[in-house]
Design a protein around this ligand. Structure first.
Ligand code: NAD
Length: 343
């Protein structure tokens, strides 16, 4: 089985990808420093797969420690690099923390990969690189704009690093996946999104409110130029997103990538925040306590993906509806409550 190193593999998207890689016949190996995850994710992965996945507690900015992992594992065929900080607000308050971790980890990783002749990389990028787009849906040709947060800028800089490396003729092949809004959880409810502290994403905020951890969801702005005035996002089920990484790795290992490719990974549909709330209520039968508040600075009014390229080239397809994704997020939230009540 081909070994794939997954940095940030104990995190939300990483843990789901580890499961899909193993189920597709790869041998995933996790690196994580658990700065934004818990070891319980490893237990969840093991429960789904019926086997433990090797995990190294290593910081990706530490090239010396990463080198040891590559030495020990010997024949790593490719890397999926999730490890990064992702809280937009925190990145505004502590930009250096974000540049150090998100940019520093990619640079260290690329150096160590080259030393060990590992030349296949999937990088976690984001639709944040499109800023506020002029035309919808956004394609991979939609111009990248000035980032509106240090977090967004780290994604833009990391993409530029990959482009510069490709232009240098270096022997590295990369796929940057630009995620839209991942939501939901594994159908087993053994892994899911585990925000430490107050969630900055909508869906964990919804599920934590519905279960009584938070009092109320605030919908930021109802006067945008959208059908119901609330922001539009492209919510993609995390299991569908995880599978996009498997087909990206397939393509890299088949030698089909010439230096660098970019793909949007979303559903191709935009939903308003109120539609997302309605989907949650319909899927779960739980009434959500929410209020409409003022706009939040920095929010993109509307964005959703054109996924033609990922569909045609990678064979990527989504299988889950918004309601199914909401139902899985709720099942995960309920299971978390049950496990803390039992403990
Ligand atoms: P997450 O925080 O759940 O997972 C990231 C994991 O990386 C965590 O387990 C964390 O402990 C680990 N990590 C962070 N820095 C590390 C370091 N220096 N060394 C080792 N491990 C480190 O986040 P996620 O939602 O799974 O996101 C994964 C990737 O996808 C990130 O790069 C993020 O920026 C990107 N992304 C996420 C979203 C989203 O909405 N969740 C959207 C677009 C892009």
């Amino acid at each position: 089985m081909k070994k794939i190193l997954v940095t940030g593999g104990a995190g939300y998207i990483g843990s789901h990808t580890v499961v899909e890689l193993q189920e597709a016949g790869y041998a995933p190996i996790i690196i994580d420093n658990f700065s934004n995850s818990e070891e319980s994710a490893l237990e969840g992965i093991a429960a789904i797969l019926g086997k433990e996945i090797p995990c190294y507690r290593v910081d990706c900015t530490d090239a010396v420690a990463m080198r040891q992992v590559f030495e020990q594992e010997q024949d790593i065929q490719g890397v999926i690099h999730f490890a990064a900080y992702k809280a937009v607000g925190e990145s505004v308050a502590e930009p250096l923390k974000y540049y150090h971790n998100n940019v520093g980890s990619l640079v260290a990783l690329l150096q160590v990969m080259s030393e060990f002749n590992v030349y296949n990389l999937v990088f976690s990028s984001s639709c944040t690189v499109y800023g506020i787009p002029d035309k919808l849906p956004v394609t991979e040709q939609t111009p990248v704009q000035k980032a509106n947060s240090p977090y967004g800028n780290t994604k833009k800089i990391c993409e530029e690093i990959l482009s510069d490396l490709a232009a240098s003729g270096a022997e590295m092949n990369s796929i940057a996946l630009r995620y839209f809004n991942p939501i939901g959880a594994h159908p087993s409810a053994r892994i899911g999104e585990l925000p430490l502290g107050v969630p900055s994403n909508l869906v964990p905020f919804i599920t934590q409110t519905a279960i009584g951890i938070r009092e109320q969801v605030t919908v930021f702005g109802s006067d945008y130029d959208t059908p119901d005035g609330t922001c539009i996002r492209d919510y993609v089920h995390v299991v569908d997103l995880a599978k996009a990484h498997v087909v990206a790795i397939d393509r890299l290992l088949e030698g089909k990538v010439d230096k660098l490719e970019f793909y949007n990974v979303g559903t191709g549909n935009g939903n308003t925040v109120l539609e997302a709330i309605q989907a949650f209520e319909l899927a779960t039968g739980v009434k959500l306590n929410y209020k409409i508040g003022p706009r939040r600075a920095g929010d993109v009014p509307k964005i959703y993906a054109d996924v033609t390229k990922a569909t045609e080239v990678l064979g990527f397809k989504t299988t889950s509806t918004l309601e199914e994704a909401m139902a899985s997020a709720w099942k995960w939230q309920v299971s978390l409550k049950e496990s803390t009540t039992e403990a």
